[in-house]
Design a binder for this molecule. Structure first.
Ligand SMILES: [Fe+2]
Ligand SMILES: [Fe+2]
Length: 337
């Protein structure tokens, strides 16, 4: 599938590893096809803007309180459009818990609804699975996600694990983002293996570019950086690392991944660093998820400078205001209601 995207100079999205250049006089490289890689070719620009939505939770409560659920869902959709308008992102990273479970086998219907919304936003999007993104037929779901409009999903081959590569028109790699499936456990052995093997494969192709990771459930060291006082931001609940045992961080670091973005804990928005990897929480987006009174819903905007391999981030609210913790700002609201 190849799509032309007019927004902000995008040229193409490919889920098969084959690029399409929209400018005929620019030579098109013919890279080796990697089944777990998708590519986004963008205009030559100094910076890349990624907007992370997480924990949207469409249809949470649809059975018990359908009117309320619909109202909150519409509020989330209104917010999403405003956030995109403010951020003008090159890409959306949607890090899981997009819909809520699989009641009465409705998971696929919920997913299709979500995909329809993503497609309508007109921005290339990547998706990583959350523990609540449940349905009956995952094999079919991988395909639907990969073939959706503006999708960068490449998880068919490796059960939801894939890499999105961002390239300049001339084929220069700007950045790679490792999108991982943390299921309901965290980064499991299969995902760890994927990180290692994907990095080895990509390293044979070119010098390591800026490399990032996106997934749903935080790794153990998110807790460590808060507990050792080096993280900055807000913590409203204990880190829910599920079955994370801490073994993923060295694997991420060895793969050259310099920063990771997660979700899952709706009222945590902080960042710290360990073993040379920045551990950053997204700002949760969906009004159907818990936590609005503690941490207002929004998104996280990352601005990458691929040449310098630097990354800036802010939490972005639907009214356009931004927040980032100060140098020594640590707020713990775990004991307040
Ligand atoms: Fe969630
Ligand atoms: Fe979750």
């Amino acid at each position: 599938m190849v799509q032309n995207i007019s927004r902000r100079g995008f040229l193409s999205v490919s889920t098969t590893g084959v690029m399409a250049a929209a400018v005929a006089d620019i030579p098109t490289p013919t890279p080796q096809k990697i089944p777990w890689e998708t590519r986004l070719i963008i205009s030559n620009r100094a910076e890349l803007r990624m907007l992370q939505f997480t924990d949207i939770h469409f249809f949470n409560g649809a059975t018990r309180r359908p009117e309320r659920e619909k109202q909150k869902r519409n509020q989330t959709l209104d917010d999403a459009r405003r956030l995109i308008d403010h951020a003008k992102p090159d890409v959306l990273l949607i890090t899981g818990d997009v819909w809520h479970d699989n009641p009465d086998g409705r998971g696929a219907e919920f997913m299709n609804y979500a995909i329809e919304q993503f497609a309508s936003w007109g921005v290339p999007w990547a998706f990583t699975w959350g523990n609540h993104d449940q349905l009956d037929d995952y094999k079919a779901a991988h395909k639907v996600l990969a073939e959706a409009k503006h999708s960068l999903y490449g998880g068919i081959e490796k059960d939801g694990n894939y890499v999105v590569t961002f390239e300049n028109r001339d084929g220069t790699c700007l950045a790679e983002i490792f999108c991982l499936n943390t299921r309901d456990t965290g980064i499991d052995k299969m995902a760890q293996q994927f990180i290692h093997e994907a990095a080895v494969t990509l390293d044979t192709r070119h010098k390591r570019p800026m490399r990032l990771g996106a997934f749903h459930i935080p790794i153990k060291q998110y807790k460590d950086v808060w507990d050792n006082d080096t993280a900055r931001g807000i913590i409203g609940e204990n880190v829910c690392m599920e079955k994370e045992d801490g073994t993923s961080l060295p694997i991420l670091a060895a793969a050259g991944i310099q920063a990771v973005f997660c979700g899952h804990d709706h009222v945590n928005d902080y960042a710290g660093s360990m073993e040379g990897v920045d551990l950053i929480y997204g700002r949760t987006t969906g009004h159907n998820g818990y936590g609005t009174s503690k941490v207002p819903k929004g998104a996280k905007l990352y601005t990458l400078d691929p040449a310098l391999k630097t990354l800036e981030w802010v939490s972005l609210l639907p009214d356009g205001t931004t927040w980032k913790p100060g140098t020594n700002e640590r707020k713990d609201t775990r004991r307040s209601s």
